[in-house]
Ligand binder design. Structure first.
Ligand SMILES: CC1=C(CCC(=O)O)c2cc3nc(cc4[nH]c(cc5[nH]c(cc1n2)c(C)c5CCC(=O)O)c(CCC(=O)O)c4C)C(CCC(=O)O)=C3C
Ligand SMILES: [Fe+2]
Length: 313
């Protein structure tokens, strides 16, 4: 019999299965506490505004998992089997590990569809995966980040170049433009624990700006939670205002903390930030998300293979 494959647990945030599933999803995000009717209505209205009953993150994650399986098969035929595990929706991270166990997988690598490490994001995915893997007797190796992988940078550079040219064409020659890199905000308390999240995001931003030949850029946060504690800022809405007041004619939004089109991109950037830009009289164009870009799929495959070699060979 062939050796069992190395399992690859591809993890992502997860999204509701339907409009009826938003409450269960939100309750899971809030660690078992149901949202108030106002909170539920607010989140529902954001999903309604973007997609009206379709949840693009689910299909996008399916396609990325298939793309990674294909890239791994091309590099090492028959060695790896990809499973999905979602943080806040089915199949949950634990379901993905259980599926590997049921298939006889003894060795697994975990990777998140988010390039930057934070203890509050990737770290918490990995804790759940590792705990379940230990219970199932599966050796587990975590990929913590891949934010400077040359192919990831190359894919982002291409997107920034293309969208910058589009922005420059639509604002007219010689007008001052700025690139705004962004990622999901986190509570300010991550700074107290020496979390690498901010440093990694700045490193990606600066590598992409350099590769694209862009000198005028800034990093800013987006999608901060609606809680009482302070979150990292400045928020992109504030930054847009300052940028407009400083006389810029346009901004290129590059949400490099995300790899897919979902609520934080389709609502927070394409609807909310876009409306603010219009109000301020400044042009806003967003880069295309990575999706199943072959350079991104190769980034994931090479990172998985490297982790596999280090841990299991
Ligand atoms: C770091 C990070 C990423 C990037 C890394 C990664 O991808 O993991 C990310 C991605 C995403 N976040 C998403 C959705 C939501 N996040 C929320 C709330 C929160 N996010 C947080 C952090 C992050 N989130 C945190 C600290 C909270 C507070 C509650 C908690 O401590 O966990 C809420 C609750 C309401 C609200 O606050 O808006 C929603 C609906 C979707 C899916 C959208 C879709 O369905 O298309 C995606 C990809
Ligand atoms: Fe989130």
């Amino acid at each position: 019999m062939a050796d069992p494959k190395i399992g690859v647990l591809v993890m992502s945030y997860g999204t509701p299965e339907s409009m009826d599933g938003i409450e269960e999803y939100y309750t899971h995000i809030r660690r078992g506490h149901a949202p108030t009717p106002e909170q539920l209505a607010e989140l529902t209205s954001r999903y309604d505004a973007v997609v009206g009953g379709v949840f693009p993150l689910r299909e996008n994650t399916n396609r990325q998992a298939e793309g990674l399986q294909a890239a791994l098969d091309a590099a090492a035929p028959g060695r790896y089997a990809v499973y999905q595990g979602l943080k806040h929706a089915r199949p949950y991270i634990e379901d993905g590990v259980d599926a590997m166990g049921a298939d006889g997988v003894r060795q697994a690598i975990g990777i998140v569809l988010a390039p930057h490490y934070s203890s509050m994001s990737v770290g918490s995915y990995m804790t759940r995966a590792r705990e379940r893997a230990e219970e199932r007797g599966i050796a587990f190796q975590a990929v913590e980040s891949y934010h400077l992988h040359p192919k990831l940078i190359e894919a982002l550079v291409k997107r920034v170049r293309d969208a910058y040219a589009e922005l420059a064409a639509s604002t007219g020659a010689g007008k001052p433009l700025k690139v705004l890199f962004s990622a999901h905000s986190l509570p300010v308390r991550i700074r107290e624990i020496g979390d690498p999240y901010e440093e990694q995001l700045l490193a990606t931003s600066s590598a992409v700006a350099e590769g694209a030949g862009v000198s005028d850029w800034q990093f800013t946060w987006q999608s901060a939670g609606r809680t009482r504690e302070p979150w990292l800022g400045p928020d992109i809405l504030e930054t847009l205002k300052e940028t407009a007041e400083a006389g810029y004619a346009g901004v290129l939004s590059a949400p490099i903390g995300f790899v897919s089109e979902h609520l934080e991109v389709l609502y927070d950037i394409d609807i909310e930030a876009q409306a603010e830009a219009k109000r301020l009289g400044i042009k806003l164009v967003r880069i295309d998300m990575l999706g199943t870009d072959s350079l991104y799929m190769e980034t994931l495959a090479e990172t998985v293979e490297q982790a596999g070699r280090a841990a299991f060979m």
